[in-house]
Design a binder for this molecule. Structure first.
Ligand code: FAD
Length: 381
């Protein structure tokens, strides 16, 4: 479904685009179309781990994630669908002294932000999680209100609810060009025709830079391949999503019992290649059963990859363009766009409707922060 004129055109039918559409419609603005070049959740969202973590080293991430968890907790009531949301916690294992001091510093800040996060000694961790082989750990950070949800169901839920409120969705529709006149966007040209628009939102995930360029805006984002796989289901035995930076993995168990796991990519060049590799499976097969002995004989069902869209400091860019004032972007979410999306969609919708984000302070996620050079190292912790 697509008319030739809308107040708001959202480019990208992932979690960020659909959440934004939902919050716009919820606040009464339903003259909105979401255009998606493939199908809903075909991008990073449908390929992600579904983890929802509030333990970040950056205050802005912590705040957005806490706000998102508030929405995830009320999702059934607010949006009307079951998304397999489960608050089983996140357990961050510290294997080195540097990790222990970093986690201590982070958890202190997070507690000041109101988060229910704890530092556990190695002994306490082993007692709480007897099925994990914790040989070599020094401590762990544990936040019981972290959790996970099904990213497909979450995207579809936002889309269905937005549709019911009058938003249009046009899948298999690619934005090709963004039309501008006198420092304003006037419309979007797609492979299915031209749409006049008063406001355009770039929620194009791994293609955020390409969509920015269509409007002449240079977004400093790059995409990197990340791989992940899912095993056959086993009985429920792992509540938290477990991460180790030192051993480079994360793992969680889905509601239906399957284990989903992945690692941070190494030595990848930026681009849009999402071909899975044998090396990944073999590395994971070597390291995971040592720490999770119950995985020793489990079979891998499916293995795939998706894109992390990275900004120079690994934090999202959520902003209204200073050059084209009716162009918004919510991009560069690295490995945490799913968990932040409820708060981001809500804040972007407020910005569009009221002229400013109200539920979140997005000031330090502006594009301008890169104008004076990049002062921060990428920090994905
Ligand atoms: P996307 O879901 O990529 O949506 C953008 C959409 O735009 C795509 O569907 C694309 O087809 C469409 N599009 C692009 N260009 C055009 C165009 N020109 N015209 C029309 N449509 C276009 N995040 C978490 O929070 N927790 C996790 O546990 C987690 N694990 C991850 C694991 C992996 C392996 C990967 C790859 C990512 C993971 N992430 C995780 C990150 C998360 O997936 C992303 O940050 C999030 O999905 C971004 O959502 P999005 O809506 O911005 O992007």
């Amino acid at each position: 479904v697509m008319r030739s004129k809308y107040k708001v055109v959202i480019i990208g039918g992932g979690i960020v685009g659909t959440a934004t559409a939902f919050y716009l419609a919820k606040s009464g603005l339903n003259d909105v179309v979401v255009i998606e070049k493939e199908y809903l959740s075909s991008g990073s969202t449908g390929r992600c781990g579904g983890g929802i973590r509030q333990q970040w080293s950056e205050k802005s991430n912590v705040r957005l994630a806490i706000r998102s968890v508030k929405h995830f907790k009320e999702f059934q009531k607010e949006v009307g669908f079951d998304i397999e949301y489960f608050q089983g916690g996140y357990l961050l294992l510290a294997y080195t002294d540097e990790e222990v001091s970093l986690f201590e510093k982070n958890t202190k800040m997070q507690r000041e932000e109101g988060l229910d996060v704890l530092m556990l000694s190695a002994k306490e961790t082993a007692k709480r999680f007897p099925l994990i082989d914790l040989k070599g750990i020094k401590a762990a950070a544990y936040c019981p209100s972290d959790g996970h949800a099904n990213p497909h169901l979450t995207t579809f839920a936002y889309a269905h609810a937005a549709k019911a409120m009058g938003v249009d969705f046009s899948t298999h529709t690619t934005a090709l060009r963004i039309l501008t006149q006198n420092e304003r966007i006037t419309g979007v040209v797609t492979d299915r025709g031209k749409i006049e628009a008063e406001i355009v939102v770039n929620a194009a995930g791994g293609y955020s830079r390409e969509v920015g360029a269509m409007a002449g805006i240079d977004l400093p984002t790059e995409s990197y391949k990340h791989q992940i796989f899912v095993t056959e289901p086993l009985e429920h035995m792992l509540d938290p999503l477990v991460i180790s930076f030192e051993n480079n993995f994360y793992i969680r168990q889905t509601k239906s019992g399957n284990f989903i796991m992945g690692q941070g990519s190494k030595d990848e060049l930026p681009g849009h290649n999402i071909e899975p590799t044998w090396t990944f499976i073999s590395e994971m097969a070597k390291k995971m059963p040592g720490i999770f002995p119950f995985l020793r004989n489990v079979r891998v069902l499916r293995h795939w990859a998706g894109l992390y869209n990275m900004s120079p400091d690994a934090r999202p860019i959520i902003d209204r363009s200073k050059d084209l004032e009716n162009f918004f972007y919510a991009v560069g979410f690295s490995g945490h766009g799913f968990m932040l999306a409820p708060a981001v969609g809500e804040a972007v919708a407020e910005w569009i409707i009221y002229g400013e984000p109200r539920s979140a302070d997005l000031s330090d996620l502006s594009l301008e922060r890169f104008e004076h050079g990049i002062t921060k190292e990428r920090n994905v912790v």
